[in-house]
Write a new protein. Sequence first.
Lengths: 110, 114
Amino acid sequence: GQSLEQPSEVTAVEGAIVQINCTYQTSGFYGLSWYQQHDGGAPTFLSYNGLDGLEETGRFSSFLSRSDSYGYLLLQELQMKDSASYFCAVRDDNTDKLIFGTGTRLQVFP
Amino acid sequence: DAGITQSPRYKITETGRQVTLMCHQTWSHSYMFWYRQDLGHGLRLIYYSAAADITDKGEVPDGYVVSRSKTENFPLTLESATRSQTSVYFCASSDGSPGFNEQFFGPGTRLTVL
């Protein structure tokens, strides 16, 4: 089976940089995805890493190390609107299921 | 309306009643999913469908039934609602197998079972 671990909560101030880590255990691997969810809203896709390295999209970057079964989401120049929950996800081995971590709640303070 | 919609957005029902949550998408995506979200559990997959007339169980399928006679619709039925099924339910769709393909989520249905 698969399991993912991420911190439950992270706090930071506006303008800062924050890193949200995700470690996973899978017998097969099809890439790591990240989703953002604001309170009361629906999850929205942020990024996908299929290969090792850093993927950058504006202020957000996502990193993957397959040898370490580890990835992270990096948020730069934090804004108040970045306060949300962030979920990492991996595809279940040999099926079409996406397994989500329990989420990291990011609180950005002024 | 374009996109993925869910109805109702809010529902209160009683234990033992049958409830159907609707999900409709206009993109003709092949894959559709139902998740429930509870505090401390993140998003848990209930059922998914790779195409019309093809459905499969997720992590927590007990007490739920799905069907997919048309590509655009994927209703979720609680045959006899229980209090433990109080949750927020999200429907999602994707153009291909999940993981490398983005999943698009509906706005959610908040269900309370009394």
